[in-house]
Write a protein that binds this ligand. Structure first.
Ligand code: AMP
Length: 283
């Protein structure tokens, strides 16, 4: 496994692989890797000949009062995990390498970035789409792999790729969970033992919603109220949003007709956690 801190070296390694006729898969991450990230690397290994993992804590997607400074950066462990998972190249640039000057060029996806996480993180998705565009331009992958865990992010990236005719395919992989149902996240590291137990109620609320839909529940207000009841059983959980939205527009809907997304964001202490599940009643 090669590790490159510079764009030049990353490009050199990738073009050598491409010259050998290999297909390229990219797994963009911010590091502090866990089994969720590893599942993306494994999916990339299955579909592509040469797998690049980027590890970059991207400052432009953090708000001024968010956790950019304290975000975990256990690089040695991350590299070991990438190697074990079979990555061919880790691209781990510095902030200066990625943003040598203060960025004045942005890629901005409108409308579908306004609801859900976009409400409390107004410039977050602009940072995500801009850094992903940079990574796509550097690595030129045939496919890039994202997690369902960050459903809005995956939908936004897919739309950006379609709208801008970017020549790659976006693959979305299922959410990997702890036994309690809690979705794995690098931010789970911030939780105390008690908070981690409480955080399992996020999944519990989503499961309840799913059960109600499976037995015919379609009115989103009823479903959301039930989810709220479950989350409110834990005093530590502060709800940011519970939403059921159209899977394409990400606008709130009153009634589930075919495909939709149930999504939750909460704070536990100072840790912000999100989770979701895709709804498809056409199946
Ligand atoms: P991050 O390092 O948190 O920016 O995440 C990098 C990628 O891993 C994103 O595409 C996430 O959606 C994905 N990811 C994070 N947590 C999980 C999880 N529990 N299961 C599957 N994918 C995940």
């Amino acid at each position: 496994m090669k590790v490159s801190q510079t764009i030049k070296l990353a490009r050199k390694n990738v073009s050598a692989a491409r010259k050998q006729g290999k297909t390229i898969g990219l797994v963009p991450t911010m590091g502090a890797l866990h089994r969720g990230h590893i599942s993306l690397i494994e999916a990339a290994k299955k579909k592509c000949d040469y797998v690049v993992v980027s590890i970059f804590v991207n400052p432009t997607q953090f708000g001024p009062s968010e956790d950019f400074g304290k975000y975990p950066r256990p690089l040695e462990e991350d590299l070991k995990m990438c190697k074990k998972a079979g990555a061919d190249l880790v691209f781990n640039p510095s902030v200066e390498e990625m943003y040598p000057e203060k960025n004045i060029t942005w890629v901005n996806v409108e409308k579908i970035t306004e609801n859900l996480c976009g409400r409390s993180r107004p410039r977050h998705f602009r940072g995500v789409t801009t850094v992903c565009t940079k990574l796509f331009n550097i690595v030129a992958p045939d496919m890039a792999f994202f997690g369902q865990k960050d459903a809005q992010q995956a939908i936004v990236i897919k739309r950006m790729v379609a709208d801008l005719n970017m020549p790659l395919k976006i693959i979305v992989c299922p959410t990997v969970r702890e036994q309690s149902g809690l979705a794995l996240s690098s931010r789970n590291k911030y939780l105390s033992e008690q908070e981690r137990e409480d955080a399992a109620y996020i999944y519990k609320s989503l499961q309840k919603c799913k059960e109600m839909i499976d037995s015919g529940g379609r009115n989103t207000e009823t479903l959301i109220n039930e989810m709220r009841n479950i989350l409110q059983q834990k005093k530590s959980i502060k709800i940011e949003y519970i939403s059921i939205v159209d899977e394409k527009t990400l606008e709130n809907i009153d009634y589930i007709q075919d495909k939709a997304l149930a999504a939750v964001a909460v704070r536990i202490g100072s840790t912000r956690l999100i989770d979701n599940f895709p709804i498809d009643i056409t199946r």
